[in-house]
Each structure stands twice: as structure tokens, then as C-alpha cells.
Write a protein of this length. Structure first.
Length: 502
């Protein structure tokens, strides 16, 4: 069984979506229970993966490889390192909560909604496992389809505009990635990612390939200035779509940087690190101010996602500076480790924030901040969770939001104090827009009669929010297990940064 554990993780939710789909609209409860069973089994399989992976050894493990397209030498190649394992466990964990969250909310064709979610989960796991570049590309593109369907069918009134914008942006970036992969294949004669990493390339070649990959992955993160599709997609997406988009799909962009830019074009990555660092700081500072003026709760959290993901790209490329300019491998590892912890933390915090917004929207059918006020008076338990996740979004010590950001800021100070200064600005701006949101929604007197009629969260909603809260607090109070899981893999990535190909 363990020889094919990665294939099981990918195909269990994908194949499991078929009986969910066949349950049909006439048997919605059967579709819901089947989808929950598949999601739970997938999560259990990911725990087996966690147990089977040797974190101390690091490197790519649990390898599977089968010839897929013989004429091109393309393989169905899978393997995981500590970073992949962390992302896969997070994906399967969020998958259960998304299905539970949509249990009663999605009344229109729930079987199709659940099936699309399971398909998306399987494809995302595949992205985090792929060791063949063409397989990675195929899965990288395939995740667009179920998300397109989720927003296009169950989205808001401007869902068609949002889905087209989302698809055009992300597909446009992928074209550059495909061109780069075809060029590398022409030189190497294979799509094997380990072989591509060892391929000698001139600085000119590396530069063109670097920007091709950067465009593709920057759109997915998304980085400034190609971030404008994200707020529209979040606003129009159903709650579950927003949770998966923020918690998992955005990580595909930064994961792609780790797998392609770092090992394949290290010299170009080091040379243009300042460009990515500046764009990351713009995301952290400027987008924070943009979030501050939003009147739609979903848009505010969507913009905060852009700012928080800026920490991930900042940590990755600060590591380049530390290795190449000062030779400080220890701090480079801290920067990279902080970026990885921030990826996982953001998955839980942003997923929780969008779930909270979904709870409010289900009762009031509005996301406008001005329509709320005094919610904690009628929903005290919900208020507890809402404030907890808001504090994590601010980066409060003791929550997961603090750990990764602190590590990145600390490492950035060693690279350049000015980088750390601008990065630390998020502690002020993030607190400003998040606490301003909490003040207007949760506190004060009830001025809207509809707010006075709102009911406290039920058992299903409490279950979802409680598990998000456990994840946020566990990672904030005791991040060591996650750090240990990824430590060897991060060390190997940092070693790759020091390799010169020219």
C-alpha cells in the first residue's frame, strides 16, 4: 500500500468524486455523506504519509515513476519532501472542513459542488507530488477547471466576469511556463525535474527562463502587480471556493518557485532577487493600505492574503541574498523556513477568516461591513472565534500568524535592515485593517434589526471553526513539529541557492 501512497492520495478524491456525482440531485444527503467519507479517508491517508516520511533524512521520498508518454520520455513521477508533506496534510485537513462547511449551505446541486471540491483536492495534492515537469504543468493547469466551475456555478452575481478574469490571468501566465519547459526539454531531452535542476545554463538562458517562470508563479501567488484577479475571484466565489483558493491554491505559486526557480535558474534568481523583494514589500505595505479602505469583508481579507503571501516570496528571495552576498547560510535557512511556516499558517488563518465571513453571509446575505455592528452581542461564541482569527491575521504572538512573519523579519534584518523595516510595517498595517474590521462588525451597539435576529453558530459551524482554531493555536504555540518536518528539505533548498551554473 505504501508503495503507491502518493497515487492513492491523488486518485482517492478524484475517483471518489464519481459516486458523489452519480448520487444526483435527488439524493443530496447521500452525496454529502459520500463526499465526507472520501475526504476523511484522504486525510487519514495523508496521516499515513506523515508517518511514513523520514523527516530527519529529508530529500525526495516515497518515489513512484511510470512511463507515461514514451515518445517524449514523460513519466508519471511522484515523490515528496517535508514541504510537500506539510502542504498535502494541510490540503486534506482543509478539505474536510470545506465539505462540512458547505453541508447545509449549498442547496443548489450539492452533488456537483462536492464532486468539484474532491476533484480539486486530488489535483492539488498531485501538484505537490509531481517530479516530472510536464506532469506538474498538466496538474497546474487542471486545477483551474474545478475552481472555474465552483465560482462560475455557485458564485455571486458577477461570477462570469470573475471566472473569466481568473482563468485568463492564470492561463496567460502558464503559457510562459510551458515555453520555458519546452526549451528546457529541448536541451535536456527529458522533463524530469531533478535532471533539469542539474542542467548547465548560461546567464542569458537563465534570465529568460527565470522571467517565464516568475510570470507564471507570480500570477498564481498572486504578487503585485498581477494580483487584481484575486479580490474579484474571492468576492464572487462561494465560501468553500474562497477557503480552498486562499488556503491551498495560492501556495501552488510559491511551491512552483521552490521547485523550478531555485534549482533550475539559481544565478538569475540571485541576480533578480531584489526585484522580487521590492514587489513583495510593495505587496506587504501598499496592499495593506488598500485593504484598509475596503467596505466588503471578503475583499478586505482577499487583499490581506496578497500582503501575507508577500512574506512568503520575501522569505524565499531574501534567502538568495543571504547566501550569495553574505554567505550567511544559517539566516538564509531561517528566512526559507519562515516562508514555509507562513505558507502553512496563512492556509489556516485565511481559510478560517473566509469561513467566518461565510457564516455571517449565510445569515445576512451581505458582506458589506456597514450592515453589521454589535454581532458579538447575539453571537458570543462566534465572536470568540472571529476575534481569535483576527488576532492571528494581525500576527499576534501565540498564534500561527506570528511565527513565520517573525522568522522572515529576523532573517531580513541580517540581509538589509531596510527590508526588515518595511516588512515589519505589516505588524502596524495588518493590525489596523484587521482591528478596524473587528471593531465595525463585532463591537458597538446593534443598529440593524437583522443583526439582532441572527442566531448563534450551530454544531456544524462550531466544528469547522474549532478545528481551524486548534490548527492556528497549535502552530502558534508549538511550531517545532512543523519546523522539524521541513527542516532537512529547507536545508537542501538553501544549499541549491549556493550552486553556480555559470
Amino acid at each position: 500500500m505504501f508503495n503507491h501512497l502518493l497515487s492513492l492520495l491523488i486518485w482517492l478524491p478524484v475517483v471518489g468524486a464519481i459516486p458523489v456525482l452519480l448520487a444526483g440531485a435527488a439524493r443530496p444527503h447521500l452525496a454529502r455523506w459520500l463526499s465526507m467519507l472520501v475526504a476523511v479517508l484522504t486525510f487519514v491517508a495523508s496521516l499515513f504519509l506523515l508517518q511514513q516520511y523520514n523527516a530527519a533524512a529529508g530529500g525526495m521520498q516515497l518515489t513512484e515513476s511510470y512511463l507515461w508518454i514514451a515518445s517524449w520520455g514523460v513519466h508519471y513521477g511522484l515523490a515528496v519532501d517535508g514541504i510537500s508533506v506539510a502542504l498535502i496534510v494541510m490540503t486534506t485537513f482543509v478539505g474536510i472542513l470545506v465539505i462540512a462547511g458547505a453541508w447545509e449551505v449549498i442547496q443548489n446541486r450539492p452533488h456537483q459542488y462536492m464532486a468539484a471540491m474532491l476533484m480539486l483536492e486530488g489535483l492539488l495534492i498531485g501538484v505537490f507530488c509531481a517530479t516530472d515537469a510536464l506532469l506538474f504543468y498538466a496538474l497546474f493547469e487542471a486545477i483551474l477547471i474545478p475552481m472555474f466551475i465552483l465560482i462560475g456555478i455557485w458564485g455571486g452575481p458577477r461570477r462570469v466576469y470573475a471566472t473569466l478574469k481568473f482563468f485568463i490571468y492564470t492561463f496567460f501566465g502558464s503559457v510562459f511556463m510551458l515555453i520555458a519547459l519546452l526549451y528546457l526539454y529541448q536541451k535536456a531531452g527529458t522533463f524530469d525535474m531533478a535532471t533539469l535542476a542539474a542542467l548547465p545554463l548560461t546567464m542569458k538562458e537563465q534570465t529568460w527562463i527565470f522571467f517565464a517562470f516568475l510570470i507564471a508563479f507570480a500570477i498564481k501567488v498572486p504578487m503585485v502587480p498581477v494580483h487584481t484577479w484575486l479580490p474579484d475571484a474571492h468576492v464572487e466565489a462561494p465560501t468553500g471556493g474562497s477557503v480552498v483558493l486562499a488556503a491551498v491554491m495560492l501556495k501552488v505559486g510559491t511551491y512552483g518557485m521552490l521547485r523550478f526557480i531555485l534549482p533550475i535558474v539559481p544565478d538569475a534568481g540571485a541576480h533578480y532577487a531584489w526585484l522580487v523583494i521590492v514587489l513583495s514589500l510593495v505587496a506587504i505595505v501598499y496592499i495593506g493600505y488598500v485593504a484598509l479602505v475596503q467596505e466588503d469583508m471578503k475583499k478586505l481579507v482577499a487583499y490581506s492574503s496578497v500582503a501575507h503571501m508577500g512574506f512568503v516570496t520575501l522569505g524565499i528571495f531574501v534567502a538568495f541574498l543571504l547566501v550569495r552576498e553574505s554567505g550567511d547560510v544559517g539566516m538564509a535557512q531561517l528566512a526559507m523556513q519562515g516562508a514555509m511556516v507562513q505558507m502553512i499558517s496563512h492556509g489556516f488563518v485565511s481559510g478560517a477568516m473566509f469561513t467566518c465571513i461565510g457564516v455571517l453571509y449565510d445569515r445576512m446575505h451581505t458582506r458589506s461591513i456597514k450592515d453589521y455592528g454589535g454581532v458579538i452581542n447575539v453571537m458570543p461564541w462566534f465572536g470568540f472565534f472571529y476575534v481569535l482569527f483576527a488576532m492571528a491575521n494581525c500576527g499576534l504572538p501565540g498564534t500561527s500568524g506570528f511565527v513565520g512573519e517573525f522568522m522572515v523579519i529576523l532573517a531580513s534584518f541580517s540581509a538589509n535592515p531596510w527590508i526588515a523595516l518595511f516588512a515589519a510595517f505589516t505588524l502596524i498595517i495588518g493590525a489596523a485593517y484587521t482591528l478596524w474590521l473587528v471593531k465595525r462588525v463585532m463591537w458597538g451597539d446593534i443598529t440593524n434589526s437583522h443583526v439582532a435576529e441572527m442566531k448563534e453558530i450551530n454544531g456544524r459551524e462550531t466544528f469547522v471553526l474549532a478545528f481551524f482554531a486548534i490548527a492556528v493555536l497549535a502552530l502558534g504555540i508549538w511550531p517545532q513539529p512543523l519546523v522539524h518536518l521541513m527542516n532537512s528539505s529547507v536545508s537542501q533548498l538553501v544549499q541549491q541557492l549556493a550552486i553556480h551554473k555559470i
